[in-house]
Design a protein around this ligand. Structure first.
Ligand code: FES
Ligand code: FES
Length: 154
């Protein structure tokens, strides 16, 4: 049985009708048309679906809607805008750090959260922070370099 949920997504209050056990990821993608967060493992193990929920990075694939009620969610779309990209988004572009790009939204969300607490991380700190973000394309070195450069610029 569905019920109505109210939450803030990228600064806007939204109301959605959903099953309480439905994953936040499916509501973001299918109901709110925010396709940045991706479905990878569906088990909280790959980071492709990472979003910030009340400032904490969570896997939206295994966050049920009942746990998202009343929270503030930030997706990769909410971190920057065309012409005013988040420093991590800009650095990923500048470094051409994405290959297929499937993991990149989750990487950006996690790295942006890192810069909130550690504004100029070194490579080891970036590696630690991105420990739960899997990239199957093998561009981890470029991703790490981009995040370090994003920190150096802020
Ligand atoms: S799809 Fe959510 S962690 Fe893999
Ligand atoms: S760029 Fe393809 S999975 Fe990371």
């Amino acid at each position: 049985m569905t019920q109505q949920f109210t939450l803030t997504v990228n600064g806007e209050t939204v109301q959605v009708e959903a099953d309480p056990d439905a994953p936040l990821l499916s509501v973001l993608r299918d109901d709110l048309d925010l396709k940045g967060a991706r479905f990878g493992c569906g088990l909280g193990q790959c980071g492709a679906c990472f979003v910030q929920l009340d400032g904490k990075v969570v896997s939206s694939c295994d966050t049920p809607m009942w746990a998202a009620e009343g929270t503030s969610v930030v997706t990769v779309e909410g971190l920057g805008s065309e012409g005013a990209l988040h420093p991590v988004q800009q650095a990923i572009l500048d470094e051409q750090a994405a290959q297929c790009g499937y993991c990149i939204s989750g990487v950006i969300v996690r790295a942006a959260a890192l810069l909130e607490t550690t504004p100029s991380p070194d490579a080891d700190e970036v590696v630690d922070a991105l420990d739960r973000n899997l990239c199957r394309c093998g561009v981890q070195r470029r991703i790490i370099s981009a995040v370090v450069k994003a920190g150096a610029r802020t």
